[in-house]
Write a new protein. Structure first.
Length: 440
């Protein structure tokens, strides 16, 4: 009896430890990628002559291009070479180092380039970590629990984001109530948040290292060159296209609109700072509200998904995002109230769009190829991860060409909305309930 009882308990511990990694890495997307570090770079480090909004977009573009070039090798290694946990933990602690190094970015223009390098490098490392992280999902779940466990991890991430922003605000940023009483000189309170973020990632990733079993190398694994890895990926995509053409079309459309969703979060805080005059404290308050609204949206969207279908929820969410984003641009002259209302509506629709996208793949992947299809889901998204940064920077740059003399940052919205619109048009060509052949 003791042996029978012990196995599920170990499985639960491993599953929880896997999900906890989403909580562990949350400082990077929340603090370092969205609400604090890029805002600090744009408002306290760089000068307006350095065009920080454009430069942040270019840094994201470069990181995305490097990832697109290396993703096939990383994805195949994750599937066949084993040691997923080793590579995930290596990426995790490289991310800890990058986050800690951000403390040394002083509020002086000469530190801006160093900050951009850390920002782009951190984006690449985090996305590389996610390839291995998602690939581990099947080893900590069953076909009946994979959606629930995935959603649970997502929920932990949203909750972690809210707690992190509250600690950053009350513990470091607000001078009258800050717990730690850090001196205000040289932006030390904000810079200390980066050290706190590094410690958070390091500590909460320990359960993953200790309790999640390592994957073994497949006996058929052979090292491949970059060219060979691309050829293998193309062959796998070809077989999926013949076996499940609608799922294949969905992977293409979702890769595009998901990068638009990522762009909404990545550049949202910079938009609030440079276009609507939010200071660091106001941005953190918005981030807390935005994470809460996104979590609610994901929960409600998940319920409606079971009733209306995944594609319906995604289409409705993308339309809501495009309408809200357009509204932010049109009513930008109204000031911060536009950002609060429009921004929170954007957050409301981002959650269900992300959650239902993963649900669609789970429902309509060919039997026996679920892991491969989820790998392609991640791979296709990473392969176009340069789009949002490119279109954001391009839209702002075009505003200068058109002779716009003020508030150029708000034009970046059009770049993100165009990505979402293209993804929506492609998604409308996907059958909401596709048939999947049992064999190729």
């Amino acid at each position: 009896m003791s042996k029978v009882a012990k196995a599920p308990r170990v499985k639960i511990r491993g599953t929880f430890s896997w999900a906890l990694w989403d909580w562990a890495q949350q400082p990077y997307p929340t603090l370092m990628q969205t609400f604090i570090f890029p805002v600090y770079l744009a408002s306290a480090v760089a000068t307006m002559d350095q065009k920080p909004d454009v430069q942040l977009g270019l840094a994201t573009t470069i990181a995305g291009l490097v990832l697109a070039l290396t993703a096939p090798v990383i994805g195949r290694r994750s599937d066949e070479a084993g040691r997923r946990k080793f590579w995930l933990m290596l990426n995790t602690y490289v991310l800890v180092i990058i986050t800690a190094l951000s403390f040394f970015i002083e509020p002086k223009p000469e530190f801006f380039i160093f900050g951009l390098i850390l920002y782009g490098l951190g984006s690449f490392v985090q996305e590389t970590a996610f390839i291995n992280y998602y690939a581990m999902l099947s080893s900590v779940s069953t076909p009946k629990t994979i959606g629930r466990i995935s959603g649970y991890a997502w929920g932990l991430g949203y909750a972690g984001g809210i707690i992190l922003l509250l600690i950053a605000l009350i513990g470091f940023v607000l001078p009258d109530v800050a717990w730690f009483g850090i001196p205000q000189e040289d932006a030390l309170p904000v810079r200390s948040v980066f050290l706190f973020a590094a410690i958070w990632i390091a500590v909460f990733s320990i359960p993953m290292m200790l309790r999640v079993p390592e994957t073994k190398r497949k006996t058929s694994y052979e090292k491949m060159s970059l060219v060979a890895a691309y050829k293998q990926t193309i062959r796998e995509i070809g077989t999926l296209r013949r076996q499940a053409p609608e799922t294949f079309k969905f992977l293409i459309s979702s890769a595009i609109y998901r990068d638009g969703l990522a762009g909404v979060f990545t550049f949202g805080a910079v938009l609030g700072t440079l276009a609507f005059g939010f200071d660091q404290t106001s941005i953190i308050f918005f981030g807390i509200a935005g994470n809460l609204v996104a979590g609610i949206g994901a929960a409600v969207g998940g319920r409606l998904d079971d009733l209306l279908g995944s594609r319906t929820i995604i289409v409705a969410s993308l339309i809501g995002l495009i309408v809200a984003g357009t509204g932010v641009f049109v009513f930008a002259s109204s000031g911060p109230i536009t950002y609060w209302i429009g921004g929170l509506i954007l957050c409301l629709f981002v959650g269900p769009a992300q959650a239902s996208s993963r649900t669609f793949v789970s429902r309509f992947a060919p039997a026996g190829r679920e892991g491969e299809v989820f790998g392609m889901y991640q791979l296709t998204g990473r392969a176009v991860s340069f789009l949002s940064g490119t279109m954001w920077s391009l839209a702002i740059s075009l505003s200068f060409v058109f002779g716009v003399e003020k508030n150029n940052t708000v034009w970046g919205i059009w770049g993100l909305m165009l990505i979402l619109l293209v993804g929506l048009i492609l998604l409308l060509r996907v059958d909401p309930k596709p048939a999947v052949a049992e064999t190729i």
